[in-house]
Design a protein around this ligand. Structure first.
Ligand SMILES: NC(=O)c1ccc[n+]([C@@H]2O[C@H](COP(=O)([O-])OP(=O)(O)OC[C@H]3O[C@@H](n4cnc5c(N)ncnc54)[C@H](OP(=O)(O)O)[C@@H]3O)[C@@H](O)[C@H]2O)c1
Length: 272
C-alpha cells in the first residue's frame, strides 16, 4: 500500500507553552510528520510527542539536518526575522504565530517570501472562534455607533492590549470606511485611564489575572439594545486546527505573505 504523502514539519519555540501543544497536534495529524525542533533551552525535556524528533539548539543546524517542508514558530518577536531568513535560505516555508509583529517586520516577511519564492504565513490569532468573532464584529460595527472591547488574559501576558483586541477594533473601523465610533466620555474621571485605551472611538479594557487564558468581548450599543460577542479560549488546543491548516496551505502560497487565518478560511475575500 502506498504511504500517505507527508508534510515534514519543524517547530521553533518547541519548549514553550504553544510549542508543546503543537508537537502533540502534529504527532496526531495523519498527513504531517514532525522531523525536528529548535529551542534555546535544550535542557528542558520535551513532551512524549516530541521525543522522536531531534531537538536542536540552533535553527541553522535544525534546517540543515532535518530539511523540513515547513518550519512553524511560536517564540518571541525578535526571533522571527532571523528565523524567516534562515528558512528562506533553505527554501523552507514559514508559519509564525508569534505575537506583536510590527508593520516593518511584516513588510520584511513579505519581501523574504517574494525574493525566495517561499510561502510565509503569519497568524496573529490561530483560534477559529476568535477569527469568526472578528468577522462578525466587523459586520456588527457597521450598524452600531458605540463599541467597547474587554480583553482578558493570563497574568503572564507581556503586552496590553492584546493584538487581537487592536485588530478587532481596527477592522471594525475599516468596515465603516474609517468612520470613528462614538466614545461616551465621562464628565468626571476619578481614576486616570479608567475608560480604557482608545482606537478610533472604540474603548479597549485589558484585564490580567492568574486563572484566565484568552478571552475577548465586543460590546456594541444602540438605542434600547446592546449586542455582546464573546469568545473564550479555555485550552491552547483551540489554536491547533488553525495552525495545522496553515501548515497544510502555506506550500500552496509560494512567493507571498499570507496574513491572518481568515485568508485561508475565506480565500474568496482575500485582499478586500
Ligand atoms: N497566534 C496565536 O494564535 C497565538 C496563541 C498563543 C500564543 N501566541 C504567541 O506565541 C508566542 C509564544 O507563546 P508561548 O505561550 O508558547 O510562550 P512561552 O511559553 O514563553 O515559549 C516561548 C518559546 O520561544 C522560545 N524563545 C523565546 N524567546 C526566544 C528568542 N529570542 N529566540 C529564540 N527562541 C526564543 C522559548 O525558548 P526558551 O525555552 O529557550 O526560552 C520557548 O520555547 C508568544 O508571542 C505568544 O503571544 C500566539
Amino acid at each position: 500500500m502506498a504511504a500517505h504523502p507527508s508534510i515534514t514539519v519543524a517547530v521553533h519555540g518547541a519548549t514553550g507553552r504553544m510549542g508543546r501543544v503543537l508537537l502533540n497536534a502534529i504527532e496526531h495529524a495523519h498527513d504531517l510528520r514532525l522531523v525536528g525542533t529548535a529551542s534555546r533551552s535544550t535542557a528542558i525535556a520535551l513532551t512524549e510527542a516530541g521525543e522522536d524528533a531531534r531537538l536542536h539548539d540552533t535553527v541553522e543546524s535544525m534546517l540543515a539536518a532535518e530539511r523540513p517542508d515547513v518550519v512553524v514558530d511560536f517564540s518571541a518577536r525578535d526571533a522571527v526575522l532571523p528565523l524567516a531568513r534562515a528558512a528562506a535560505q533553505s527554501g523552507v516555508d514559514f508559519v509564525t504565530g508569534t505575537s506583536g509583529l510590527s508593520p516593518e517586520i511584516l513588510e520584511e516577511l513579505r519581501a523574504i517570501a517574494d525574493d525566495h519564492n517561499i510561502g510565509v504565513m503569519v497568524g496573529p490569532n490561530f483560534s477559529l472562534g476568535a477569527v469568526v468573532l472578528e468577522r462578525v464584529a466587523r459586520e456588527a460595527g457597521r450598524h452600531f455607533d458605540h463599541a467597547e472591547i474587554i480583553e482578558m488574559h493570563h497574568a503572564g501576558k507581556a503586552d496590553a492590549p492584546s493584538g487581537s483586541a487592536m485588530a478587532t477594533a481596527r477592522t471594525m473601523v475599516e468596515a465603516r470606511d474609517g468612520k470613528a465610533f462614538t466614545n461616551a466620555e465621562s464628565r468626571v474621571v476619578n481614576v486616570d485611564d479608567v475608560r480604557g485605551g482608545d482606537i478610533s472611538g472604540v474603548a479597549i479594557h485589558s484585564v490580567r489575572l492568574p486563572g484566565l487564558m484568552a478571552h475577548q468581548q465586543v460590546l456594541l450599543g444602540g438605542p434600547g439594545e446592546t449586542l455582546t460577542l464573546r469568545h473564550d479560549v479555555i485550552d491552547r488546543e483551540s489554536y491547533m486546527p488553525g495552525v495545522l491548516l496553515a501548515i497544510r496551505e502555506v506550500g500552496n502560497r509560494h512567493g507571498q505573505l499570507t496574513y491572518g487565518l481568515g485568508a485561508l478560511l475565506w480565500p474568496e475575500q482575500e485582499g478586500e
